[in-house]
Design a protein around this ligand. Sequence first.
Ligand code: DGJ
Length: 735
Amino acid sequence: MITVTKDKIFSLTNRFFSYVFRVSPEGILEHLHYGGPLKTPHNVAVHHMRTQRETASNFQGSQYFNLSDTPQEFPCFGTSDYRFPALHGRNSDGNTVFSLHYKSHKIVKDKPRLKKLPTARGGDSETLVITLEDPRHKLTVMLSYTVYRDYGVLVRSAKFKNKGDQEIQLQHAFSSALDLPANEYDVLHLHGTWAREFNEERISLPKGRFVIDSSRGTSSAAHNPFIALLQKGTTEEFGRVYATSLIYSGNFALSVEKGEFEDVRILAGINPFNFHWRLKPGKTFCTPEALHVYADNGLRSMSHIWHDFVRDKISPTRFRHVPRSTYLNTWEAAYFDIDEDKVLDLAGKAKEIGVEMLVLDDGWFEGRQDDTSSLGDWTADKARFPSGIPALASKVKAKGLKFGIWFEPEMVNPRSALFEKHPDWVLHVPGRKSSLGRNQLTLDLSRPEVTDYLYEQIDAILCCGNIDYVKWDMNRHMTEVGSAGLPKNRQREVSHRYILGLYGLLKKLTEKYPDIVFENCASGGNRFDLGMLSYMPQGWISDMCDPVGRMDIINGASYLYPLDTMAAYIGPSPNHQNGRISSIQTRFLAGMFCAARGVSLSEAEIDAHRDEIMERMALAKSTNVDMVGGRFDRLVKNNNEVCWQYTSRDGGRVYLVYFHILAAPNLPFRRAHLTGLDPDAVYVLQEDNTRYQGDALMHNGMPMPYVATGQVKDDMRYMSKGDFSSYLFIFNKEK
Ligand code: DGJ
């Protein structure tokens, strides 16, 4: 996998890609190739060009070498490269000029883990660690590159160490830089807001710098930490793709710069805006891990690479390929109008319709009757939950259900006992009124006493042993980011220290309770990222439960995240977010391929559609095993249609859902071309036992049901007239 020649050409190669760079004659790390695997990677060095450019400043006196057109592994500013640098800051002379030179390297078999940050797991991998040094300021940067035998993901990070005797201030401390050759590219990213997360935008990469980032304290729904550079014309099945993400949940930046000579630089890491880290002599600073994927067969192959990797190397191992329970969540069933009796009634309903778990959402703790109070006081409300949570959980379990509970640990309402006692435990700055979001303030998780308090409060509930699931919510962005626990000159470290505190808390809790399924939520998908998914096997990707909204969100999220990480439920109709009326069938099918499926409906709505819901929950239960570890494919996505395929891990079952959004007369006959099937096998359609050959389903395609507006021939497969229709095919592979 990793080879090094004696003239210091480094190659990381597996069956997915080769990544090649060298120590240039000038002593810097010069990037040579990232793309399809090369049989003799070291030969690419001869392709490199050097020229005397007009107006260029030549690097430290060399005639044909300026850094502006040199692809580099970890660029700095101030020595002839004018592009956005991976390292920038204030050095011990007070200026901002750094210059990093190769010092040494080593190859390790065990992938190193980062202190305080979640990391991708190793195993059948090799890691190359290169040490660069700025000789004047005695700053070393250790670049780490991990390549796996069986995954198309390259993992990178950087570790800075101040070996000098004076402070260095880091401002750009990116995790990785990737310089790609001049070409015409599109850039694809996922943007959004509350209840409209994961919208895809694809634009032609302009000259200049295109950045997605966050300064909200969370990775946020505004831009998910994912970016892909696509060869022009790339489709689901064709084209070279370079995609990048981060194992980080805070202020990140992914920047793509098309420079003067049209080469492209991708930087991935902590957002340099509003970041500043004081690196004292002897101290180190670790960046989060950046992940790079190269795929040469379009977006579908890119997603398969991500999905396999996230499942196998990032999500908690304990839940890998473990089926998730169907559930009834109290939120859209009752909102804050919840008490012990209602929970038990809903548990009865849950049992009746065949779901396996009851989840008690917001509203159970002391004084919490609406969203204006009580966050921070994590004991059960005595009036509405007189038995307390452990006893209530036992009663629910006595009905043969599992029990789950909601927390929003990182927050506090000014109207709470916690805030009264510790007003300085919130993020705030002196002399300014704090801005509220959903009537709440953010606790200062950079302070150990705060994370200790939260651990004790949550532990006190979980230790009863009756809790199977925790929904970990977080419902506002940060403002007035300042900490009473840090000196003035470290206030710009608070956002990152908050994330380190959060990770520490999550690690402690998930290690103590390895069997509890933690579900990540931040008003839906406001912090759905690989950092949070390192601790929690699944996430609530959006509060949008209308099926038309939800299918767009799932489609977008599926570029990077496997559906094993997603939860979805049948919500009310008319939908509470957009008022749309839709069938139980379409509401269910929009989330059919998510690992965790359920309902959040009032007793009245359950009663009104009891049989239909029971049928869907029975299907969910019987397919729970298939919905983890399988393969997801986006077959069709246009303004009016979506078609997805899901193939079980053993290949034995193939599911196809087709959605037709707005009805129209006289429509074309549509086909979906299935993918990844065994061409020689026969697939039997469950509904009528028709036998289809694998090659025919892939190459000739499967006719989609027709949205009929006229007369329909009896044996023609059609969907109900009207808007928002959907259809599910289930094929069983003949043995
Ligand atoms: C926001 C979440 O996304 C919802 O599902 C629900 O848990 C509410 N918070 C509760 O306040």
